[in-house]
Design a protein around this ligand. Structure first.
Ligand SMILES: [Zn+2]
Length: 588
C-alpha cells in the first residue's frame, strides 16, 4: 500500500504540501508520474506546472538523485533503496469543479491534480492522510453505510489510484449537509460557501430526478452518492462527474434558490448524476482504464457528453421537476447553438469528440467544429426517436443505455462505435446507417433528421426572425463588453460577409452616429434597429485589426440568423400525442 500525507502551513499562500511514500522498491530506477489531465475534461491540464519544488528521499531520509524525463514524470535512482519518500508542494489557488484549492476556510482537493503515482503500481491500494484542523469535516464520495474506507475522520483508504483520482473532497468547518435515501442508495448534498439553501425544495426536487434516473437505469453503480457543491460569491457554473460523487461550482450564492440559477443547479446536478453511469462506468473501450499520462483519444464524446446532456434535461422533465416550458427552453438553447454554428458543415461530432484534446473547451476558430454537448444532445434525441418509431414505442434509447450498463459496464468492458450502433439497431430492429453515416460521422445540418424526430412526437421546428435587426438583415452577431461593440459572428455568404466584415471587428459608428457606452453595452442595437426600420442603408464604421474601414449594407430582412425552438404542433394527431406522452411522461 502506498501512502499520501497532505498538510499545509500557511493556507493563504495556497501551497499544499504532499508526501508520497511507497515501500517495496526493488528496482534501480523508479518512475513517478503526475497526471497530465483529469477525466471529465478531455484536454491536457498539465498540472505539474503547479508544483514549485520536488524532492525524493530514501527510508533513512537521504536525498535521492532524480531527473525529469517528461513534463510530469520523474525518474528516481533507487538502487539499494527499500522505500521511496517524495515530498513536493502544489499551488492550489484555482477554484473550479475539477481543481484543487486551499485557503483559510477550506481544503478542496481533486487528487487527480496533485497526487503522483508509480505507473506499474497504479492498481495497488493507497491511503490518504489529511493533517487538518480538528473541527474540519470531510465531504468525500467514500462515505457510505458501514464504509470500511474511512479509517479516521481525516484518513481514508482506496482500492487503487483510480479510486483516489476519482474521489475529490471538500474539508472545512462550514459545510452544510442533508441526505436522503432512494432504493437503498444514500444521496448526500453538501454545500460549501455563503448561501441560504431551502432544503425542503432542494431535497424534494433531487428525490424526483434521482428516482427517475434510477428507475430508468434499474441499478446504481455505488452504495452512496455525494453532490459536492462549491457555492461561490460570483457567477459560476461548472460540474465534474465521478462514480460516487460530483463537484459542482455555482454562483452567485445570494441567488442560489432563485430562477435561472436554481434551474442551473438542477440541470447540472441531473447531468452529473447521469454520468455516474454514462462515462464513469459505461466507458469507451479506449478509455478503459484511463491513462493519466497522455491524451486518451475517443470518437465517442457525443455519447458520453451528448447522451448525458439529453438525459440530464429530459429526466428532469420526465420526473416532473421541469415543466414543459422549462424543458423546451433548454432544448431550444441546444437547437440555437446548432443552427448558429456553421462548424456543423465542417467537422462531424465524432471528429469533434476526437479533437476535444485540441480545442474542445474553447470557442476555437470560426466555423471549425461541432459540440459534443449540443450537437451530441440533438443526435441523442434523433436516436431516441429513431428507436421509438421503428419499435412502435416498445424500445427507446433508454434500453441502449441499460444494455450498455449491464452488458459492458458491469462486465468491466469498454464499448466501441460499432457496439453503440449495433445496440441501437438491435432495439430499433432497423439499420441505423443513415443517421450514423450522415449525421454522426459526417458534417451536416441535422435539420431533416430533427424535423422527422420532432414530428414523431407531434412537435415542429419553429424558426423566427430575431428582434435584432443586424442579425437577420445584415448577418452579424455582436458582443458588447465594457462599452465596446465587436462582431463575434458573421453569417457565411451574408451581405456583411461579402462586404468584408470579420469577427473581432470593432463597430465604432452606425450611419455616422458614434456608438457610446451605456453601462457594459453600447447603443448599437438600438441605432441599427432604428435605421433598418426606416428602410435606410446601413453604413458601419469599423476598426479592423490594423485599419479603419467603412462598409455600406442594404439590409435584407429575414435572410440570416433566426431564433429557433421546438414547439407542439397545433394539428398533432392522437398517435403523435400518445408518442409524446410516452416519451415525456407529461400530458401533450
Ligand atoms: Zn458532462
Amino acid at each position: 500500500m502506498t501512502q499520501y500525507i497532505i498538510s499545509y502551513t500557511k493556507p493563504h499562500n495556497h501551497y499544499v504540501d504532499v508526501e508520497f511514500i511507497a515501500g517495496g522498491i526493488d528496482a534501480d530506477e523508479t518512475l513517478i508520474q503526475l497526471p497530465a489531465w483529469r477525466p471529465g475534461r478531455y484536454e491536457l491540464g498539465n498540472f505539474a506546472k503547479n508544483i514549485q519544488r520536488w524532492q525524493a528521499f530514501d527510508e533513512k531520509g537521504n536525498a535521492l538523485f532524480f531527473e525529469k524525463i517528461k513534463k510530469d514524470c520523474w525518474k528516481v535512482q533507487t538502487k539499494g533503496v527499500k522505500q521511496i519518500h517524495i515530498k513536493y508542494n502544489y499551488y492550489a489557488a484555482e477554484l473550479n469543479a475539477g481543481s484543487t484549492y486551499l485557503d483559510n476556510t477550506q481544503l478542496y482537493m481533486n487528487p487527480v491534480n496533485c497526487c503522483v503515482y508509480i505507473p506499474e503500481r497504479i492498481n495497488e491500494s493507497c491511503e490518504l492522510q489529511l493533517l487538518l484542523p480538528n473541527d474540519y469535516n470531510v465531504a468525500i464520495g467514500l462515505i457510505e453505510p458501514q464504509s470500511q474506507k474511512i479509517k479516521t475522520p481525516h484518513s481514508f483508504v482506496f482500492d487503487d489510484f483510480h479510486e483516489l483520482a476519482d474521489s475529490p473532497f471538500i474539508a472545512s468547518n462550514s459545510l452544510k449537509n442533508q441526505q436522503f435515501e432512494n432504493n437503498g442508495v444514500t444521496f448526500y448534498v453538501w454545500l460549501q460557501g455563503e448561501c441560504t439553501p431551502n432544503w425542503n425544495i432542494i431535497i424534494r426536487d433531487f428525490k424526483k430526478f434521482v428516482q427517475e434516473q434510477m428507475l430508468m437505469m434499474k441499478a446504481f453503480p455505488a452504495k452512496s452518492y455525494h453532490f459536492l457543491f462549491q457555492i461561490l460569491p460570483y457567477r459560476a457554473y461548472h460540474g465534474v462527474e465521478h462514480v460516487t460523487s460530483t463537484v459542482i461550482t455555482l454562483g452567485p450564492g445570494y441567488n442560489l434558490m432563485k430562477g435561472s440559477l436554481y434551474e442551473d443547479l438542477l440541470g447540472v446536478s441531473s447531468h452529473e448524476l447521469f454520468h455516474a453511469w454514462n462515462i464513469k462506468t459505461i466507458r469507451p473501450a479506449e478509455m478503459l482504464p484511463y491513462d493519466y499520462s497522455q491524451e486518451n483519444y475517443s470518437r465517442l464524446g457525443y455519447v458520453s457528453e451528448g447522451v448525458t446532456t439529453y438525459y440530464g434535461d429530459s429526466l428532469l422533465y420526465r420526473s416532473g421537476v421541469f415543466t414543459t416550458e422549462q424543458y423546451l427552453k433548454t432544448f431550444a438553447e441546444r437547437l440555437q447553438k446548432h443552427v448558429d454554428n456553421f462548424g456543423r458543415f465542417n467537422l462531424s461530432v465524432a471528429e469533434s469528440s476526437f479533437d476535444t484534446w485540441l480545442d474542445g473547451y474553447t470557442k476555437g476558430v470560426a466555423n471549425r467544429k461541432t459540440s459534443i454537448y449540443d450537437e451530441g444532445c440533438l443526435l441523442a434525441f434523433i436516436t431516441d426517436m429513431f428507436i421509438r418509431k421503428h419499435s412502435n414505442n416498445k424500445h427507446s434509447l433508454d434500453d441502449v443505455m441499460v444494455h450498455l450498463y449491464q452488458e459492458f459496464a458491469l462486465k468491466q468492458k469498454g464499448y466501441t462505435e460499432k457496439d453503440y450502433k449495433g445496440i441501437i439497431e438491435y432495439y430499433a430492429n432497423n439499420s441505423f446507417d443513415e443517421v450514423f453515416d450522415n449525421y454522426i460521422n459526417n458534417a451536416s445540418d441535422y435539420q431533416p433528421a430533427l424535423l422527422d424526430a420532432m414530428d414523431y412526437i407531434g412537435c415542429e421546428l419553429i424558426m423566427n426572425a430575431t428582434s435584432q435587426q443586424h442579425e437577420h438583415c445584415l448577418g452579424i452577431k455582436v458582443s458588447e463588453i465594457g462599452g465596446i461593440c465587436k462582431v463575434n459572428a458573421v453569417y457565411p455568404h451574408s451581405i456583411a460577409d461579402n462586404a468584408g466584415i470579420a469577427i473581432n471587428d470593432e463597430i465604432l459608428a452606425v450611419n455616422g452616429i458614434q456608438l457610446k457606452p451605456e453601462g457594459n453595452n453600447t447603443n448599437f442595437t438600438e441605432w441599427c434597429n432604428y435605421f433598418i426600420a426606416n428602410n435606410n442603408t446601413i453604413r458601419l464604421s469599423l476598426a479592423s485589426s490594423r485599419m479603419m474601414n467603412e462598409v455600406e449594407l442594404k439590409p435584407l430582412p429575414n435572410s440570416y440568423y433566426k431564433v429557433v425552438s421546438m414547439q407542439k404542433q397545433k394539428q398533432a394527431n392522437s398517435i403523435q400525442k400518445a408518442n409524446f406522452e410516452l416519451w415525456s411522461k407529461n400530458k401533450f
